[in-house]
Structures are given as structure tokens and as C-alpha cells.
Design a protein around this ligand. Structure first.
Ligand SMILES: Cc1cc2nc3c(=O)[nH]c(=O)nc-3n(C[C@H](O)[C@H](O)[C@H](O)COP(=O)(O)OP(=O)(O)OC[C@H]3O[C@@H](n4cnc5c(N)ncnc54)[C@H](O)[C@@H]3O)c2cc1C
Length: 384
């Protein structure tokens, strides 16, 4: 890579991608007066109308970032998750969760970063990285010299391709339909069905996020923006006869997303490059943890950088050792949940529902203790 250096950021941490992990990390570093710059390929922060749920582990990070109140002001905080098998209620569970739109989360992170004069360069799509010379190059031949590179460029990370070039993702057999509809709803509703499950939750007082995961050979693209038709949705959900067809119709803007599986992550760092969020560990979205993990990663790596800013390699190594096991555990739990949600064998369905109905504590124990109760601050505070 021999390009003209447009700007010298040799003291800056360069973040590639202004998504959840990139903006959260930028905010943490900016607050600590560590020089940081974010490069984003789009001309603005994301405007996807999709919903996102943030469970208590992610909520803790929002609180540490002092943005919880701002997020909650534009979001919902359902108190219960109600589970159905087909159309029959199994049980309801108390939850601690924020359900919101991605736009809201991105906007709050971005506006807080900007309020601290955080620097962000839009229209910067990463082209190449030279991890030895610490140079990054973007389309249009703009190059920058930086102090460290943090890959926060999401599920199709160009940074990840730099080190895993030959590994194409495999279609998981699952696809996801999503829509935002005008509707009032208080709680989270999850319908478990044969080869599909459907989740709906409120994201404002008058809007509901609808997500349907179906097992299909459809091989849909991995993209937030691929539109689908009502007829295709009905075809994919032909085994479901549920109430949502009363509020989803031909006029509802529908989007479909193919879920792809990537090889399990072995490392989160490579030379002067550190991976966060989906760029580090893409996971299947069955327990709604990708965004929460992105927040946790940003919190952990950001605070390690603050603690060891004169020794970035130390911060990188500690980050990897603090995060890798947790990420592997959540990836496995997520895959397991996909399997449990889509059971078709009547005996297994009966057993699953029986446990959820009569042993709710047992049914939720693993997710609660392994996923929701996690507090990243505890690990930072106790690590010397
Ligand atoms: C259907 C579905 C439902 C989900 N539901 C939930 C949920 O309920 N709860 C939850 O916690 N998680 C959920 N997730 C996962 C969550 O959306 C992601 O894990 C999260 O957005 C990852 O954050 P990130 O910072 O890694 O990447 P992103 O937020 O995706 O940000 C990546 C950024 O990098 C930019 N970028 C990409 N390439 C380049 C490049 N070459 N150069 C410069 N910039 C670049 C992009 O434009 C984008 O701004 C869901 C995922 C799916 C697919």
C-alpha cells in the first residue's frame, strides 16, 4: 500500500465502522480524552428501521455510558415475555429489557459522541489495511496513518477478510423476516412453531417490531435492505395461522435476511488490529445478543485501552482473554436456542413446553445466569 497520506492520525485509535460497537467505543475513548477517529462507509449513521432488544447485560453498558435515560426515553421497557406454542400460551416470564429501534440506539450513541467533539469521517469505505505500517486506505485512495486499528465494520467485515480471506460463510438454513408495524403492544410475544418462530415487541407506544425466523432452503441474502413480498412471507410461514396476519398485509414493508454461519472465532486480535462486535464474532440472532455483545466488547476494550493506553498490546491480549470464552458460550447458546425454538418432533415439543410451563426457573436459568447477569465492569475492575 503506497498511497499519499491524507491526514496524519498517528496518535489516534482508528475505528472502522460507526455501528453499535464503533460508536460506543468512540464515546468511551473520547470521554477519557484518548485521541480517536471513526471511519464510516455510508454518508450518515444507519437509518435501518429494524427493532433491537437490549437485555440487562447490554443495559448495564448503556448505564455505564450514561446514555440509558436517553435511550429509554425513545424506547419501551416491556416487563414480560409471553411464550406460545402454536397459538397456545405456554407461560410468561419477567424480563429486564429495552426494546427499541436501531435508529434510536445509533442516534443516541452518535449524538453523545458528537457532543464531545468526536471526529467521524463519513463516505470512507475501507479498502486495505497495512497492519505493519499502521496505514489504512479507503476508496478514492485516501490513506491515513494511525496508532491502532479497531475493526467494528459489522457482519461482512472487510477487516476480517484481511485475515480470514478464504472462508466463505455458509447459509444456516434459517432466514429472518422483519417489519415495523403500527400497533400498540405492551409485552414481548414469542410464538414457537414447527420450523419457525415469531417474536414481536413494542419499540415505541405505537409501533411494534415483528421478526419471524423460518427454516427454509430459500437462501436469502444477508442484508438488512432486501425487500420481500407478503406472498413470500405467507409461503414461508404456511404452517403458522397466527394473529399477526391481522396486522401484516400486502402493504406492510417487509424485509428478509438470510442467516449465515461463519467459522468459530479463534482470535479477536491480529497484530495492530482488534476486532469488536459482529466483525469479531458474528452469531446467529436467536437470543438477541449480537448488539449486546457489541456493547460489552466496546466497554471492555475501551476501558482496557484507558487503563493500558501506553501498552496497546497488553490491552489487546487482556481483551481477548476476557472476551473469547464468553463469546463462544453465547454463540453456542444462540445455536441451541434456534434448535429449541423450531422443534417439530411432537414428543420434544411436549417436553420443551412442559419444562417452560412447570419449571420456568429451570427453563430460563442458563440464559439468565450465563447471558443476562454478566457485568463487564466487574471483569475490568477485578483485572490487574
Ligand atoms: C434479524 C436480526 C435481529 C437481531 N436482533 C438483535 C437483538 O434483538 N438484540 C441484539 O442485541 N442484537 C440483535 N441482532 C444483532 C445486532 O444487530 C448486531 O450484532 C449488531 O448490530 C452488531 O454491531 P456492530 O457494531 O458489530 O456492527 P453494526 O452495528 O452492523 O455496524 C457496522 C458499521 O460498519 C460500517 N461498515 C461496514 N463495512 C465498512 C467498511 N468497509 N468501511 C467502513 N465502514 C464500514 C457499516 O456501515 C456500519 O455502520 C440482530 C441481528 C439480526 C440479523
Amino acid at each position: 500500500m503506497h498511497n499519499i497520506i491524507v491526514n496524519n492520525y498517528s496518535k489516534h485509535i482508528a475505528i472502522i465502522g460507526a455501528g453499535i460497537s464503533g460508536l460506543a467505543l468512540g464515546l468511551i475513548l473520547k470521554k477519557a480524552n484518548i485521541p480517536v477517529v471513526i471511519f464510516e462507509k455510508s454518508n450518515d449513521i444507519s437509518d435501518y428501521g429494524a427493532g433491537i432488544s437490549i437485555s440487562s447485560n447490554g443495559i448495564k453498558v448503556l448505564k455505564y455510558l450514561n446514555i440509558y435515560d436517553e435511550v429509554i426515553a425513545f424506547s419501551k421497557n416491556p416487563k414480560e415475555a409471553v411464550y406460545f406454542s402454536g397459538n397456545k400460551k405456554i407461560n410468561n416470564f419477567i424480563v429486564d429489557v429495552i426494546t427499541t429501534s436501531r435508529q434510536t440506539l445509533y442516534k443516541v450513541l452518535y449524538s453523545n459522541y458528537k457532543q464531545l467533539d468526536g471526529e467521524i469521517l463519513f463516505n470512507h469505505q475501507l479498502n486495505d489495511i497495512d497492519t505493519n505500517r499502521l496505514e489504512i486506505n479507503f476508496t478514492g485512495n485516501k490513506s491515513y496513518k494511525v496508532n491502532h486499528i479497531v475493526a467494528c465494520d459489522g457482519i461482512k467485515s472487510s477487516c476480517r477478510k484481511k485475515i480470514d480471506s478464504n472462508k466463505d460463510p455458509l447459509y444456516s438454513g434459517y432466514s429472518v423476516w422483519r417489519a415495523i408495524v403500527d400497533k400498540k403492544q405492551e409485552n414481548i410475544k414469542t410464538y414457537l412453531g414447527t420450523n419457525h418462530h415469531i417474536v414481536s415487541y413494542p419499540i415505541t407506544n405505537s409501533k411494534v417490531s415483528f421478526v419471524a425466523v423460518v427454516k427454509t432452503s430459500g437462501n436469502y441474502q444477508e442484508s438488512w435492505r432486501t425487500a420481500g413480498t407478503y406472498a413470500e412471507l405467507r409461503n414461508d410461514l404456511c404452517h403458522s395461522n397466527h394473529e399477526f396476519f391481522s396486522f401484516i398485509n400486502e402493504k406492510t414493508p417487509l424485509f428478509k435476511w438470510g442467516v449465515y454461519i461463519r467459522p468459530p472465532v479463534k482470535n479477536l486480535v491480529y497484530k495492530n488490529l482488534t476486532f469488536l462486535g459482529d466483525a469479531a464474532h458474528p452469531i446467529v440472532p436467536f437470543i438477541g445478543q449480537g448488539g449486546c455483545l457489541a456493547l460489552e466488547d466496546a466497554y471492555v476494550f475501551g476501558n482496557l485501552l484507558i487503563k493500558y493506553h501506553s501498552d496497546i498490546h497488553k490491552a489487546q491480549n487482556l481483551y481477548e482473554s476476557l472476551r473469547l470464552e464468553r463469546i463462544k458460550k453465547i454463540s453456542n447458546l444462540s445455536l441451541r436456542q434456534g434448535f429449541l425454538n423450531h422443534l417439530s418432533n411432537p414428543l420434544l415439543v411436549f417436553l420443551r413446553n412442559f419444562i417452560m410451563k412447570f419449571f420456568p426457573y429451570f427453563a430460563m436459568r442458563s440464559i439468565k445466569s450465563n447471558v443476562w447477569n454478566y457485568d463487564p465492569k466487574h471483569y475490568i475492575d477485578n483485572y490487574e
